[in-house]
Design a protein around this ligand. Structure first.
Ligand code: FES
Length: 145
């Protein structure tokens, strides 16, 4: 059912954790299953993503896609990171079963939410980035956690 890469990233997820003093933090919920994802980005003054970490209350597919997504955005510019769509992540993982495609959206949306947070903190606008629809407040997360 799952590719070897999915199993590898699920069993040995990369970049799990938090970044203290992160440049941008995004927390999103999956409308379909209610699972939660938080993404931390460390972005330097040249707009390069130096580090990316995640925490999730999501399923195995959410863990694997987020793990791969963090690997893909590290070292990238903000504009390049916007190209790391859930489709790109799934391709990098050699696919996901159709019923698990919605899980891969968590990582993409959380990256966008973290970039939005970064842009707001710096008073800038990121070309091609819309306000995340499923961003949830800290209070809601504390209740869920
Ligand atoms: Fe919720 Fe996969 S079932 S993220």
């Amino acid at each position: 059912m799952y590719s070897e890469k999915v199993m590898d990233h699920f069993q040995n997820p990369r970049n799990v954790g938090e970044i203290e003093g992160a440049s941008g933090v995004g927390t999103v919920g999956n409308a379909k299953c209610g699972d939660i994802m938080r993404m931390y980005l460390d972005i330097d003054e040249n707009g390069i993503i130096h580090d990316c970490k995640f925490k999730t209350f999501g399923c195995g597919a959410a863990v694997a896609t987020s793990s791969m997504a963090t690997e893909l955005v590290k070292g990238k510019t903000i504009q390049e990171a916007l190209q790391v769509t859930n489709k790109a992540v799934m391709e990098a993982l050699d696919g996901l079963p159709p019923v698990k495609v919605h899980c891969s959206l968590l990582a993409e949306e959380a990256i966008h939410a973290a970039l939005w947070d970064y842009a707001e903190k710096h008073g800038i606008k990121i070309e091609g980035l819309d306000k995340p629809k499923s961003d949830i407040s800290e209070e809601e997360v504390e209740e869920e956690y």
